[in-house]
Design a protein around this ligand. Structure first.
Ligand SMILES: *Cc1c(COP(=O)(O)O)cnc(C)c1O
Length: 381
């Protein structure tokens, strides 16, 4: 058995990427925007099935930033954000000089808790400021409680930015993630379910908003030959080369989802008799996860030397990557001064949670190596 490093999430190539990149080179379309970008947007729009307008950008982070800009969020405004997430969900709030208000998770989906969300909104209104947006995340590809969260958002008339960076191909009640919010965003970073090397997309339901997004993403150039600007712009558009990679990648999106879901079934089987381990699984058929990453909670058992960190080290000793789940934003030094609503659900998940190798390209050899570590660690050989 070889000892090549097994990573959490490696990209897979379809073999078609080269063709689209070559086309961009042949056409001399080596810049941001272009035919591959338009085609990539169309393919994504078709994939999302419902009427949607997709703007391809250079990252998921810029997509969140543009969503905030398009919602008119500026200095001193408050934006609710799920605490248990990657920092890229929250950073753009600060780019705008706005104030993040972090909210706890609930234990079923690990995502933003509808009750804590409502408490947060009520409290902020009492303090004199109604939040101007809610950033909710489908963490690890697992849909949040869409009906409950959007019911709260609608009651208070607050737009939702749906951070679907990890959830391309996931759905809730058979509707694709990324299409529920006022804005949805995707990431095509190298570790996500498909990659454009670096890239992202902003989803909205209006052609006008898409035009505005492109305007801001291309330096807010107005219609004049001499470069006229009345607003601050950004250099956020996707490059035509990256979009070529994306077109190639879209051909294996469904296959990648199958493989990642297969990894989740694999872990379900391996861990099935191990009482200290709880594999994350979606609650019922309303929730369809792409299982971008499979995650477990490790119940520490000092008599048996079982802990999240010891399991991680056992993997590491065999050159297998695993990682604690995202550290909640309200526990991060950079965000510690901002308000937080909830109890300790996200904190407990963080203490016990581990992300396991989940790449679309893991074969039987790699699965055997992973299984061996788990069996040895729990002495089940
Ligand atoms: C990856 C990720 C982002 C940011 O996407 P980039 O393309 O890396 O900028 C945002 N939110 C979450 C939850 C992510 O996992």
């Amino acid at each position: 058995m070889n000892n090549k490093r097994i990573f959490l999430s490696l990209s897979q190539q379809s073999g078609f990427e080269q063709e689209y990149i070559q086309k961009a080179l042949d056409d001399n379309w080596i810049t941001s925007g272009g035919p591959n970008v338009n085609d990539f947007e169309n393919v994504l729009e078709n994939y999302l099935e419902v009427e949607s307008h997709v703007t391809a950008l250079n990252s998921g982070t810029s997509a969140i930033h543009l969503a905030l800009i398009l919602l008119g969020i500026g200095a001193g405004d408050e934006v609710v954000c799920q605490s248990l997430t990657f920092s890229a969900s929250a950073n753009p709030i600060l780019y705008q000089g706005a104030i993040p208000v972090f909210v706890d998770s609930e234990p079923e989906t690990w995502n933003i808790c509808p009750q804590s969300l409502e408490v947060a909104i009520e409290e902020r209104i009492k303090k004199g400021k109604k939040p101007k947006a809610i950033i909710a995340v489908h963490l690890y590809g697992n849909p949040y409680k869409v009906d409950e969260i959007h019911a709260v958002a609608e009651r208070y008339e607050i737009p939702v930015i749906e951070d679907s960076a990890e959830a391309l191909g996931s759905s809730y009640k058979e509707k694709k993630c990324g299409t529920f919010g006022t804005f949805g965003i995707f990431s095509f970073n190298g570790n996500k379910i498909i990659t454009t090397s670096s890239g992202g997309a902003l989803v909205s339901n209006s052609k006008k908003i898409k035009e505005k997004a492109i305007f801001y993403a291309t330096q807010a150039k107005e219609k004049a030959v001499h470069y006229q600007h009345s607003e601050i712009g950004y250099n956020y558009r996707m490059s035509n080369i990256c979009a070529g990679i994306g077109l190639g990648q879209m051909k294996i999106l469904d296959k990648n989802i199958d493989s990642r879901r297969e990894m989740n079934r694999f872990y379900n089987e391996v861990f099935k008799d191990i009482e200290e381990i709880k594999l994350f699984q979606t609650g019922n058929n309303d929730f369809f996860s792409n299982h971008w990453l499979s995650t477990v909670l490790v119940e520490a058992n000092t008599n048996k030397n079982i802990s999240r960190e010891n399991l991680r080290l056992a993997f590491e000793s065999k050159n297998i990557e695993s990682r604690p789940i995202w550290k909640p934003m309200h526990l991060q030094p950079v965000f510690s001064d901002y308000p937080y609503y909830g109890s300790n659900v996200a904190e407990n998940l963080f203490e016990k949670g581990l992300c396991l190798p989940s790449g679309s390209g893991l074969g039987e050899d790699e699965k055997d190596r992973i299984k061996e570590v788990i069996h040895a660690f729990f002495k089940k050989l």
